[in-house]
Design a protein around this ligand. Structure first.
Ligand code: HEC
Ligand code: HEC
Length: 502
């Protein structure tokens, strides 16, 4: 960067930070806590070289060798722009803010929580060291002395949430975050951060991924401080009354639902017909599971940055049929237009009855153990294949398999259903009490995903819940689960990603 642009930037930052803010009557502040550990620059340097350079780069420019493989990109520390802070918009973070981020990581991104691996002293040395990349010398000149006092939240009443909802509408949060908060607003696709990289508004229904925390007081702090370097400003000027910001925080929190993970998708028995409307109440009333997904990087073309990292499923069965409802949020409805592939989803089952330790190879099976592949596409609906490997998909008649999919307000819901009895070759029978392996594949057309460029899960199980407690079936079966080296490795990888997220 030239010295002129550096000076201009410093000026812009200084005016954004601005002295007037400190006197802002709407912002209660309190003194910054003292930094408990003094700097040992050689220790900081060694730790940084060992643990941080692969993402943040040798010179802190966010350009390490892994940088191109993660979204969002690792932070470039040279401009001293930080997102998760306790200080007013435009200002630097406190040392404690940096310490917290390094310790807790940033959920929903690849930034790990280092408290699992590094001592407190080591993390403080990294705080000091990261600050040395500040090419503008701001940490020396303008170290924050005051931080925002968040205080304790008011009582969460329905009235408060209704007021928050009204502010969400009038302050146009929906333009980016979408009507129901799924990150699908009309401006969602066009946002860029200050480094010029595309950036997406956060999906409020999955608040476990909020980087700055998802307690009401965290959310309040986030839009009081703003995320520096992003289109997400502070709303202190737009929403000056603290009560209003609390109301909005309460509403944002009310949009989120808990994350539920597990190995077994339990199909609930229904006496009647299984509803064909994906938004029917009967579906809403049963339990869901969230299945983590990762990029398909086993077979070429490998895909490191998938658009989706989770898919949600529910299942019902009747005397004749079994049906699985798949649900995922997607900011754009791609139907194969504008030169982008259509959004797609697939379910994979073994094509023949198998025991737990005979599951097919987890990416589309092989000649010995083929898979039955149910595939739904937002442009032309259902297709079905028998696959004997990633390059060997044979189209087949859908038979009595049927699908119904819809896109509404940033969310897809697709029902795939089939008679329980196996009626043709290469399909399994669904009987109560029997665990049937199932895996999920998902494609985000907006990111150009098609073919093997996709997000995949490892094997899970579908269980038609028998009338007796089903746990008695579980353990003998799970014991045989981990038979394939590749899958084991893949699951470790998923687990690591999940660790980073929580
Ligand atoms: C696997 C990649 C990866 C590694 C390794 C990594 N980071 Fe990060 N880090 C990220 C990403 C990605 C972001 C930005 C996320 C975002 O913008 O939401 C980030 C952001 C940060 C931030 C900025 C937080 C904010 O509020 O803006 C700090 C500070 C940071 N990392 C410190 C470290 C330190 C110190 C290490 C080494 C101990 C480290 N990181 C290692 C990926 C990584
Ligand atoms: C111009 C688009 C835009 C508008 C308008 C907008 N946001 Fe955001 N918001 C974003 C983006 C982009 C991010 C993600 C920033 C990132 O990834 O670093 C974000 C992030 C957030 C987060 C952070 C969650 C976390 O990770 O901790 C919260 C909370 C939030 N917004 C609330 C709101 C509220 C409330 C409003 C309305 C008052 C609003 N936003 C209006 C674009 C917007």
């Amino acid at each position: 960067m030239t010295s002129i642009s550096r000076a201009l930037l410093a000026l812009a930052l200084a005016s954004a930070a601005g002295a007037p803010r400190a006197a802002d009557p709407n912002l209660k502040t309190e003194p910054v806590k003292a930094t408990p550990v003094t700097e040992d620059s050689s220790a900081g340097k060694a730790l940084y070289a060992r643990y941080c350079t692969q993402c943040h780069g040798d010179e802190g420019k966010g350009d390490g060798p892994a940088a191109d493989f993660v979204y969002p990109r690792p932070r470039d520390f040279t401009l001293a722009l930080y997102k998760v802070r306790s200080t007013p918009s435009g200002q630097l973070p406190t040392d404690h803010d940096l310490f917290n981020v390094i310790s807790e990581g940033l959920p929903g991104t690849s930034m790990p929580a280092w408290n699992k691996y590094l001592s407190e002293n080591e993390r403080w040395q990294l705080v000091h060291y990261v600050k040395t990349f500040d090419t503008l010398g701001l940490f020396k000149d303008e170290a924050p002395k005051q931080r925002i006092a968040v205080g304790s939240p008011p009582q969460m009443t329905p009235e408060l949430i209704v007021r928050g909802k009204e502010l969400y509408r009038s302050k146009k949060c929906w333009e980016c975050h979408g009507k129901d908060g799924r990150g699908d607003g009309e401006k969602a696709d066009t946002q860029k951060d200050d480094w010029g990289f595309p950036i997406r508004p956060v999906n409020f229904t999955k608040s476990w991924r909020f980087r700055a925390g998802d307690r009401v007081e965290d959310i309040y702090r986030t839009f009081t401080t703003g995320f520096n370097g992003t289109p997400m400003p502070s709303f202190v000027d737009a929403i000056p009354a603290a009560e209003d910001r609390w109301a909005l925080a309460a509403f944002v929190k009310s949009l989120s639902r808990p994350q539920k993970t597990g190995q077994v998708l339990r199909a609930r028995a229904v006496e009647t017909e299984i509803p064909s409307d994906p938004w029917a109440r009967q579906w809403e009333e049963i339990d869901y599971l969230d299945f983590p997904l990762a990029g398909q990087i086993i077979v070429k073309p490998r895909w490191f940055k998938p658009g989706h990292d989770v898919i949600t499923a529910r299942a019902l069965y009747s005397a004749q049929e079994v049906a699985i409802l798949l649900e995922w949020d997607d900011g754009t409805h791609n139907r194969g237009e504008r030169g982008k592939p259509a959004d797609q989803v697939a379910l994979q089952f073994p094509a023949e009855k198998v025991t737990a330790d005979e599951k097919p190879y987890f990416i589309l099976g092989n000649a010995k153990r083929p898979v039955d592949y149910w595939f739904w596409n937002a442009a032309d609906g259902l297709r079905r294949f028998t696959a004997e490997g990633a390059q060997k998909l044979a189209p087949r008649d859908a038979g009595s398999l049927s699908a119904k999919g819809e896109y509404r307000d940033g969310q897809y819901r697709v029902i795939l259903r089939r008679p329980r009895k196996a009626a043709s070759e290469h399909e399994v029978e669904f009987e109560p009490g029997r665990f049937v392996p199932v895996a999920f594949h998902l494609w985000d057309g907006e990111q150009g995903e098609e073919g093997l460029k996709m997000a995949i899960s490892s094997w899970y199980y579908l269980l038609l819940e028998p009338p007796v407690p089903s746990t008695v079936y579980l353990w003998p079966l799970l014991a045989g689960c981990f038979a394939f080296g590749g899958e084991l490795w893949f699951m470790r990888r998923l687990r690591r990603r999940r660790e980073v997220r929580v």
